[in-house]
Write a protein that binds this ligand. Structure first.
Ligand code: FAD
Length: 517
């Protein structure tokens, strides 16, 4: 208690010295209960993210005890004459410093020990969770009631507020849409320090702004997430392709079956990946399927030196295990993969959803997790994905991926165009995720500099060839690039920013707006 008091006073005097707060009576009257810290360990952890490419220390770190606490802090930032920025940090899994700030306070949303309780409504099938909650904890708690969220990310150690600020996608998105399409209601603290509840019906402008809004309009403190009855098990099948057209045609065929009878054709998950190198241990580590040795023997078939792997899954209840086998067998008959390359795994729902965590543990043990990650995530229109394959997978990458490359299609009609998320203007588009790890070793083609340059070449290739991609988890250096990114959504995005965060206090690490206090 004494330490907390000391740190708080220390911070206030720091902020006062910096001219950010006028006098102590202001502070005492705010009644903020959380812990404001200038402890070097706190500052250091708030300045780091998964990307490891950018490190910016905040003035202080705030550990809130409630949404009201955050509202009070943002209000101080908004009302004080000189102001300061406020950046919510979920689990710090951005790759370009998006949750960092140099001239303000980072709020540690996921580390707060006093998280408000989750409230689950079994009848209406939803759960209310704290914005800093990790998806793995949401899953574990809802499973106790036989329910689970519908739409996922591949990795579950991400915060609810962090993924809802982007979109939240995985192999379920073709079916359920992204996570932002599976939220009923939010509590949000705007850049004016107002705590508002919003939904389709109530404060809908704020609701749509915040979903996919890159943290620009408000801090999500509570999300009401849609649930469905949880399956018990998952049958997960992988097959290999040597021909890109066959691979994408099968993917598009499979997602087109969704929503059409018979239900037996319905898949619950679909993701593809590209294998450009035979050794790729990082790739293999993540995919949980057979060793590089098995893949190597198939490279003889590879057209242009590249193989493609398709992963599909069907969820089921134990009592339906037999019919799942038959349904999958029937589906596989209509696909054009390399014969005898199917590989099947059967696992519990939680083990399936939490699969990347196992890869994380493996990579950590090899010292390969805490390395820089120059990731590039793109949405590529279906009509141009073949050119992308020729130019990038069979061209620019040159047999060297430095990590998994995911590629899977999504249906635009599952994305609500009123949200802030940006997708290409096509009914079907692919996520292409180059999930690269940079290594500081003798091989110059694995360095951060090399991989970052290659990312630039990929973006230039798309630009030069008129392939109208959109970045997912976008990162740009100039506002002009941001305006191009948002395209015809920019005017709405800008208007909403002026309404909900007029002093540009929130999430400055995205680099879209600069504080105007
Ligand atoms: P942070 O990095 O902490 O924050 C990201 C942004 O959101 C910042 O601008 C921050 O200010 C803002 N923010 C954070 N919390 C809040 C809040 N409560 N309210 C408002 N704004 C907030 N994404 C996918 O879609 N699908 C995947 O399969 C996927 N897999 C991933 C796997 C790994 C290993 C990693 C590192 C990332 C992956 N991502 C994936 C990307 C991930 O969804 C984003 O990086 C997301 O932002 C991370 O969440 P976070 O909680 O770490 O957010």
């Amino acid at each position: 208690m004494a330490l907390k008091f000391f740190l708080t006073l220390a911070l206030y005097s720091l902020l006062m010295t910096a001219g950010l707060i006028l006098d102590t009576t202001d502070i005492l009257s705010f009644g903020i209960k959380g812990n404001l810290s200038i402890n070097p360990n706190d500052l250091s952890s708030a300045s780091y993210d998964f990307g490891g490419q950018k490190q910016v220390e905040p003035l202080a770190v705030f550990h809130p005890v409630s949404a009201e606490d955050i509202a009070k802090l943002v209000k101080v930032a908004y009302e004080s004459t000189q102001g300061f920025t406020v950046s919510a940090r979920g689990h710090g899994h951005s790759v370009n410093g998006q949750a960092q700030t140099s001239n303000g306070i980072v709020i540690q949303m996921s580390e707060s020990t006093n998280k408000p309780r989750r409230v689950l409504n079994e009848k209406l099938r939803y759960v209310d969770v704290w914005g800093g909650e990790l998806w793995i904890d949401v899953l574990k708690s809802t499973l106790r009631h036989g329910l689970a969220p519908k739409s996922w990310t591949d990795y579950l150690y991400l915060s609810v507020g962090g993924t809802l600020s982007n979109a939240g996608i995985s192999g379920q998105a073709f079916n359920h849409g992204p996570q932002i399409s599976n939220v009923y209601e939010l509590d949000v603290i705007t850049g004016k320090g107002e705590l508002k509840t919003c939904s389709e019906e109530r404060n809908s402008e704020l609701f749509h702004a915040v979903l996919g809004g890159l943290g620009q309009f408000g801090i999500i403190t509570r999300a009401r997430i849609a649930l469905e009855p949880s399956p018990q098990r998952v049958r997960w099948i992988r097959m290999v392709y040597s021909n890109f057209s066959a691979f994408t045609q099968d993917q598009e065929y499979l997602i087109s079956l969704h929503g059409q009878p018979p239900d037996a054709n319905k898949l619950d998950y679909l993701e593809g990946s590209v294998i450009v190198d035979q050794t790729g241990s990082l790739h293999n580590c993540r995919s949980s399927f057979p060793s590089p040795g098995n893949i190597s023997s198939l490279f003889g078939f590879a057209e242009g030196g590249v193989l493609y792997s398709l992963e599909i899954a069907k969820n089921y209840q134990q009592s339906n295990a037999n019919s799942v086998d038959q349904e999958i067998e029937a589906l596989l008959k209509s696909l054009n993969y390399i014969p005898a390359t199917t590989f099947t795994r059967d696992l519990s729902y939680v083990d399936f959803l939490d699969r990347v965590h196992k890869a994380e543990l493996k990579l950590r043990s090899q010292g390969l997790w805490d390395v820089p990650h120059p990731w590039l995530n793109l949405f590529v229109p279906k009509s141009r994905v073949e050119e992308f394959d020729k130019g990038v997978f069979k061209g620019i990458l040159g047999s060297n991926s430095n990590g998994p490359i995911l590629i899977y299609p999504m249906n635009k009609n599952k994305w609500d165009k009123r949200t802030s998320a940006v997708t290409p203007d096509h009914e079907v588009f692919y996520l292409v995720a180059l999930l690269r790890s940079a290594l500081d070793n003798k091989d110059s083609s694995q360095t951060l500099e090399y991989l970052s340059k290659q990312n630039g070449q990929i973006l230039k290739f798309c630009n030069d060839n008129g392939i109208k991609i959109k970045q997912y988890l976008p990162h740009y250096a100039t506002q002009k690039e941001w305006i191009d990114h948002f395209g015809d959504k920019w005017s709405t995005f800008y208007r909403r920013k002026m309404e909900f965060d007029p002093k540009h206090i929130l999430a400055p690490g995205q680099g879209i707006f600069y504080p105007n206090f």
